[in-house]
Write a protein that binds this ligand. Structure first.
Ligand SMILES: *Cc1c(COP(=O)(O)O)cnc(C)c1O
Length: 388
């Protein structure tokens, strides 16, 4: 009997140790972890630099609150603004909180409350971020929702142009939808997004909670589309497993977040900042990002070559180390078979297999994963042809 609310249908695996892309359970079974705690442990498990930074802070000071000067916050904020289009940072503890802050900031800065977001998006589970999320299954039973959201299909320029008006405070998007199926925004749409936001003077909010912190081979994924967001939200990979989130915003928004306007008790505490600083110093190294681009390209091409012969595989897509395999059938049995073979992957919607290796995954590990996936897909296809 478990005393936990059954909000998660958990797998029957209890990991006890991790190192790099390896995860070991209580029975000593080893897995190749291509989930990374859902795009969180971008530097792999137990990265020595992150351990050492947190250990040192652990023995100095844990928490003082935002009544005080916190040097770590200044340092991490500086790194984030240097590598993004923003000028100021607000720290919180999760992706949903960062998006909640983004919605509040957009409202306060513009004096408007209509927000356009995308179908199949995912922005979190709080009332605001849930309302921003364009998926009925996430809303089920939790109504009434905030009413000021209009959902439009990604890459449909006409729908975007119709939805945004003078009353729109912001457009909120992921440039690669993570939970929604590894769907990529195309260049025409990104261009239209820029034009529409400029024309109506509304803010562009880019949710980089999953795509940010090097995941797609650049510091932030929006850079690959030449966008210049007013607000960027990050969380998952920022602390490599230490809970931390952040909102990065442009200069023009400074007044709206004046003293007393928004806050968080834990946000940006010294322990979280020690983890985040160590993470950013590693992940934002040009050679790290370069290697994610190169290995990601290789891995995607390898999967295309090995898997496209299977009838159930529709498409292999993604950027860097954020890859989706879109299938004709539900992927749950494929994921179970991968786990059996020692490879951990996850779904993104019912029919897409999502692969999120740590950014430090080695070539050998990528090759091993490709072998396992090829074996699993051929077994699943054989079974289906026997059944039909
Ligand atoms: C995971 C995720 C969130 C929510 O983050 P939490 O830390 O779970 O609140 C928001 N947006 C995107 C794109 C995500 O992938």
């Amino acid at each position: 009997m478990s005393a936990l609310f059954p909000t998660y249908a958990r797998w029957d695996i209890a990991p006890e140790k991790g190192l790099g892309a390896k995860l070991i359970d209580g029975n000593g079974k080893e897995y190749l972890d291509f989930i990374s705690g859902i795009a969180v442990c971008n530097l792999g498990h137990c990265h020595p630099k992150v351990i050492s930074a947190v250990e040192q802070q652990l023995n100095k000071l844990w928490h003082v609150s935002n009544l005080f000067q916190i040097k770590g916050q200044e340092e991490v904020a500086q790194i984030l603004v240097e590598h993004s289009d923003g000028d100021y940072v607000f720290f919180c503890n999760s992706g949903a909180e960062a998006n909640e802050a983004a919605i509040k900031l957009a409202r306060k800065a513009t004096g408007k409350h209509h927000i356009v977001s995308l179908r199949n998006s995912f922005h979190g589970r709080t009332l605001g971020s849930m309302a921003a999320t364009g998926q009925d299954k996430i809303h089920q039973g939790f109504g009434p929702l905030l009413t000021e959201f209009t959902y439009v299909e990604m890459n449909d320029v006409a729908a975007l142009q119709n939805a945004v008006t003078e009353k729109t405070a912001a457009v909120m998007v992921e440039v690669i939808q993570g939970e929604g199926g590894i769907r990529l925004m195309n260049e025409q749409y990104a261009e239209a997004l820029k034009q529409v936001c400029d024309h109506y003077g509304c803010l562009l909010i880019i949710d980089e909670v999953q795509t940010g912190i090097g995941r797609t081979g650049t510091t932030f994924a929006y850079k690959q589309l030449n966008l210049s967001p007013d607000i960027v939200t990050v969380a998952k990979g920022l602390g490599n497993g230490f809970p931390v989130g952040a909102l990065i915003g442009k200069e023009s928004l400074k007044e709206a977040f004046s003293p007393g306007s928004h806050g968080s008790t834990f946000g940006g505490n010294p322990l979280a900042m020690a983890a985040a600083k160590a993470v950013l110093q590693e992940v934002f190294k040009p050679e790290m990002l370069q290697s994610v681009q190169e290995k990601g390209e290789w891995f995607k091409a390898e999967l295309e070559q090995k898997l496209s012969k299977f009838k159930i595989v529709e498409e292999v897509r993604g950027k860097g180390f954020m890859i989706g395999i879109a299938c004709e059938t539900e992927v749950a049995p494929i994921i179970s078979a991968c786990i059996e073979e020692g490879l951990l992957v996850l779904p993104a919607g019912p029919k897409v297999l999502r692969i999120l290796p740590p950014l430090v995954t080695t070539q050998n590990e990528l090759e091993r994963a490709s072998e396992i996936l090829t074996t699993v897909f051929s077994k699943v296809e054989q079974k289906q042809s026997v059944n039909s």
